[in-house]
Design a protein around this ligand. Sequence first.
Ligand code: NDP
Length: 258
Amino acid sequence: MALFEQFSLTGKVVLVTGASSGIGAHMARVAAQAGARVVIGARRLDRLEQVSSDIERLGGEVLGVAMDVTDRASVEAAVDAAEARFGVVDVVLNNAGIGNGQRALEISEEDWRSMLSTNLDGVWRVAQCAAQRLVNAGKPGSIINIASILGLRAGSGYSHYSAAKAGVVQLTQSLALDLARNNIRVNAIAPGYFKTEMNDAYFDSEKGQTYIRQTVPMRRLGNLTELEGPFLLLASEAGAFVTGSTIVVDGGHLVSSL
Ligand code: NDP
């Protein structure tokens, strides 16, 4: 196989959750450009339609599906629709997530449940559903979970988010172990800060910009293009022996000087 062909996703069916904006929408386009047939899932169907149009304009094949990762029936129905259109999903980008900051003393039972239900249970639910179908079909696969540097180190005001993302890191390792014999690889990407709808108001503010300058060794936010390499590595044959890993993409934020 030629060197760069290893990174191709030609012939693969890629499911991206939370593909209606931000990292998910970007990676769905990247997967299509790498040759995959792409299934994009989220709750906001109007936004999915925009992403679908973009991908079709690029010459890609895409299916938009309604999907709420907190709801098993919704996840199963979305994966059914993906299979009916393109066949068994080979690669999952488990990206759907919410991310509001809240001080620990202000988090209600409902806030906690909502965070864990989306950011941890949702990742497990989609991974398990996709893995069951791969195993039944006797096919190899790759599951990529979007964690966060807040799953590896604490930041104030994010106890529920950090706990969920730390769970994603540990879930990734555990699933990698359980699924290795089925040739299903499970890895995570832990992004540092990238401006998306989740955080744009903060990073557009002077406070947000100062925070980045003072805490990120590279003194800037990440560009979504800088997540493409890790994603393609983990999704493609180039990463055939990589499983249970968490790739940190953060401009050095995690190793910032104490
Ligand atoms: P966005 O808010 O732009 O995207 C979040 C996506 O998740 C949306 O498409 C949203 O779609 C979807 N989503 C939320 N809840 C659900 C649900 N219950 N079911 C299905 N989809 C859902 O933010 P980002 O792109 O930044 O976030 C993507 C992932 O990256 C998240 O997991 C986040 O934690 C992680 N991350 C982001 C970082 C950053 O700096 N941006 C840093 C580290 C991690 P819809 O509302 O249409 O359902």
